[in-house]
Design a protein around this ligand. Structure first.
Ligand code: PLP
Length: 358
């Protein structure tokens, strides 16, 4: 059997082990000083005032939507995303409305939102996907009286106009699942510059406590020091990880430009795309699934880009604006190719030749 080429491999080694060992030896294993340090590291890195850790991006989003007050309110949300985005809105009692995305950047745009906005909508939940940021003009929507809660699960380290994702929306949620830029096994983070919001968030994620008193309704979304120890080691490597991913993405771009039916995700202008996933669209109908099958036969992992929420059974009844054609197209025709530290240039050439031959 040929060696397996994975879709993603976390960049973890003895550095993470050392950090975990320190926590184990301290015997303080729940959320404590190490998580606080991890939060500070993320806030500093994203140039944001505050960062709060949670158990995942899904729980970060739930916390955010709850604390910002979407209960009973409409929330515009990208249709092309992982279900976590909309599940968190529903769990917080919000009323999601699905909007389309741009076919090339795969992100929602300011124009799409402006066409959908009316005076009854005060919240928007855009998703910056696969390491590609929203256009900088998107954040100008905040001046129109809407709050932006960005699902930046895939976008730690991404920049637009030289500013980090995490510092631009009212709040941004990141993921540390092993498929993301850095990992803590499972984990998430909220960044915001809003002090009032941060107090609510800290209370909600820790049983509704304020100064050790139970004053609010809350839950337990605390991130353990063991996980944050991994996060700290990962943060020391993040720039190196991103640099390597950009280099590998360039190699794919050059190889795949020789095939006319395949097109990589269009990078947002003036941005640093971090390539959390290397995603392309295959314009010939039905070919995407054939490629996934062919790669799988050769022991190579690949995956669809992500989901068109409106076509999933759980969200069939969610109101939508327009036909969501781009999202549908991307759901049916996008593919995510292997990209990680263990992937060699030779592997990339092999993947290219297999795709070409399909
Ligand atoms: C866009 C997006 N949002 C949210 C999530 C959920 O992240 P987590 O697994 O940390 O809950 C994912 C996971 O893949 C995602 O891709």
């Amino acid at each position: 059997m040929q060696k397996r080429i994975y879709l993603m491999r976390p960049n973890v080694d003895s550095q993470e082990v050392k950090e975990i060992q320190k926590v184990i030896h301290s015997k303080f294993l729940t959320e404590g000083k190490v998580t606080q340090q991890f939060e500070k590291t993320i806030a500093k890195y994203t140039c944001t005032k505050y960062a709060v850790a949670t158990t995942s991006a899904t729980t970060a989003l739930h916390t955010m939507f709850h604390c910002i007050g979407v209960k009973g309110k409409k929330v515009l949300v990208s249709d092309f995303t992982f279900p976590a985005t909309i599940l968190a809105i529903i769990q917080a009692g919000g009323k999601p409305i699905l909007v389309d995305v741009d076919k090339f950047s795969m992100n929602v745009t300011r124009e799409i939102i402006e066409d959908a906005l009316n005076s009854s909508i005060k919240f928007i939940a855009p998703v910056s996907l696969f390491g590609n940021p929203l256009n900088i003009d998107f954040y100008g929507l905040r001046k129109q009286g809407v709050k932006i809660i960005e699902d930046g699960a895939t976008n730690l380290g991404t920049k637009v106009n030289n500013r980090f994702v995490g510092s631009l929306a009212d709040a941004t949620c990141f993921s540390f699942h092993p498929r993301k830029i850095i990992t803590t096994g499972e984990g998430g983070m909220i960044t915001t510059n809003n002090k009032k919001l941060i107090e609510k968030i800290r209370s909600f994620k820790a049983f509704g406590k304020v100064n050790s008193k139970f004053v609010n309704i809350g839950t337990n979304y605390k991130l353990s020091d063991i996980q944050s120890a991994i996060g700290l080691a990962q943060m020391r490597k993040i720039e190196k990880i991103i640099k390597k991913r950009i280099k590998q993405a360039k190699i794919y771009n050059e190889l795949l430009s020789k095939i006319d039916f395949i097109e990589p995700q269009k990078q947002t202008q003036k941005s640093r795309h971090t390539y959390q996933s290397y995603v392309c669209t295959i314009s010939k109908q039905g070919l995407r699934d054939k490629i996934i099958k062919k790669l799988s036969q050769k022991n190579i992992e690949s995956q669809i880009g992500t989901y068109a929420l409106h076509s999933l059974p759980a969200f069939k009844k969610i109101p939508k604006i327009g036909k969501l054609e781009n999202s549908e197209f991307l759901y049916k025709n996008s593919i995510s190719l292997p990209l990680h530290v263990e992937l060699s240039e030779k592997d990339q050439g092999y993947i290219y030749s297999l795709i070409k031959n399909v």
